[in-house]
Design a binder for this molecule. Structure first.
Ligand code: ZN
Length: 278
């Protein structure tokens, strides 16, 4: 039997049936990632369709001899497509997937990766250091994901974490140019009348939330107060706060809504446009 990825690329060349994901594989994926719309939910079929097209468009590579199975590719595809679930016309998955059309390659690492970094300080001195990373999204380039981190999503004691969602939110952010914490916003976003006022509306909610998390993290680090529930990594910069908050919004929506109601409304305006029309 042909592997799923190969069957999908045969379809792209006009051979065989349109993309679909086999039942057993889909159900196994849903069981592993309970934050995905489950089999009885109406949005399940749309996610499955998006994931099938995603698999058709992207190329998966295993680093260091890692063999990428259909189940691994689907686990990534399903999580990557979750933010697109309600975007674009329901029967045209390609339109929603245009958010991710600046690249095709997804590299899966068998483990975490040590990345070499450099920063320039205020005196102009460049410092080199190494950082452990579980994923990375390059502008107009591939997405790198560590497989153990991909598997952990949704399975971390109620923490709303998903490295896949994180990296693909960076991709959405970069769709409008350099990552700055604000993706391209739809016309009329939150009742605004121009791209500029939409952006201002976005940051008027995102920025105070980012500063609040930064304060919470610094109180925890300096005065021993409890660490906030939202991943402290989001306090490093506003362009990291956006994907970190989105992870929690998609993976642990109930808790996220309780803790961050204004952010929930902001993200709903971006990710749930059809509900707004209803
Ligand atoms: Zn990031």
């Amino acid at each position: 039997m042909l592997s799923l990825v190969r069957r999908l690329s045969r379809w792209a060349r006009g051979i065989g049936a349109p993309p679909s994901v086999p039942d057993a594989l889909w159900l196994t994926t849903l069981a592993h990632y309970p934050f995905l719309p489950q089999a009885y939910e109406p949005e399940n079929a749309r996610l499955r369709l998006l994931a099938a097209h995603f698999l058709d468009q992207k190329e998966f590579t295993g680093a260091h001899g890692l063999v990428v199975t259909d189940a691994m590719a689907l686990a990534i595809a399903a999580q990557a497509c979750l933010p697109l679930l309600r975007l674009g016309p329901p029967n045209r998955p390609e339109a929603a997937l245009a958010w991710y059309d600046d690249f095709v390659g997804i590299v899966i690492q068998p483990d975490e990766v040590m990345a070499r970094r450099e920063v320039m300080d205020e005196a102009g001195v460049v410092h080199h250091y190494e950082e452990v990373i579980t994923g990375e999204a390059m502008d107009h380039g591939p997405v790198m994901l560590s497989w153990p981190a991909v598997q952990e999503a949704g399975n971390t004691d109620g923490l709303g974490l998903s490295v896949v969602i994180h990296e693909f939110i960076h991709k959405m952010d970069m769709k409008g140019g350099e990552a700055d914490g604000c993706p391209p916003l739809p016309p009329g976003f939150m009742g605004t009348h121009s791209a500029r006022s939409a952006r201002a509306a976005w940051f008027s909610v995102l920025e105070p939330a980012f500063l609040a998390l930064r304060d919470q993290v610094s109180l925890a680090e300096r005065f021993g107060q409890p660490m906030p529930w939202l991943d402290a990594y989001g306090a490093t910069s506003i362009e990291e706060f956006f994907p970190v908050a989105c992870e929690a919004y998609f993976v642990q929506r109930a808790r996220f809504t309780e803790e961050w109601p204004a952010l929930t409304r902001l993200f709903d305006a971006l990710f749930h446009p059809r509900e707004q029309l209803a």
